[in-house]
Design a protein around this ligand. Sequence first.
Ligand SMILES: N[C@@H](CCC(=O)N[C@@H](CS)C(=O)NCC(=O)O)C(=O)O
Length: 204
Amino acid sequence: MIKFYDAALSGNCHKVRMLLSMLQIPHEVVPISLPNMDHKTPAHIARNPLGTVPVIEDGDVVIYDSQAILVYLAAKHGGDQKDNLWLPGEPSEQALVQQWLSFAVNEIWNGPALARAFLLFDRDVDLARCQAAGKAALSILEGRLRQHDWLALDHPTIADIACYPYSALAEAGEISLAPYEAVRAWFKRIEALPGYVSMPGLGD
Ligand SMILES: N[C@@H](CCC(=O)N[C@@H](CS)C(=O)NCC(=O)O)C(=O)O
């Protein structure tokens, strides 16, 4: 059974929680306390030299980074390559999904995610810079979602899962979501998907 090293308030972990639930993948959660520094113990560093969560172990396979974990879970449990809606096998579709996975790690992490981390967890970053980056990222999402229901394709993919948590948590970083109507409508579509799970600060 998959072991999932999970920290409750982590949006990166939440991406994994959501896909495990949506794909109904059996797993065991191993809680990691970031305040207690569980993620810096030798045992955890052996799993992930970066000392971060999420991490999954599936037999001998150990994967860290939430985007990499989404790719693994979708490829293994999302259906055959031809009909895998979460991570399509067709090259241009797969690349479009990857494009938004990169957006999650770069623009969304360096914007709303780090603004929230500053205000909630005393992360040493420049709040104003993160908030400005956050607004820029949300504007790009808004532009895409005014024309399309989903980020990469015409149906939900792991791109939507990867970009959702820290966008939806933006107000915890004191970035108002009021100007982003299409983004807020997209949150509702994601929250209506079968198997959606919430976390503190997100829609139930
Ligand atoms: N790119 C990684 C980032 C992982 C990450 O920074 N996780 C945070 C929790 S959201 C963490 O473990 N922080 C503790 C630390 O950096 O020491 C991912 O997407 O999983």
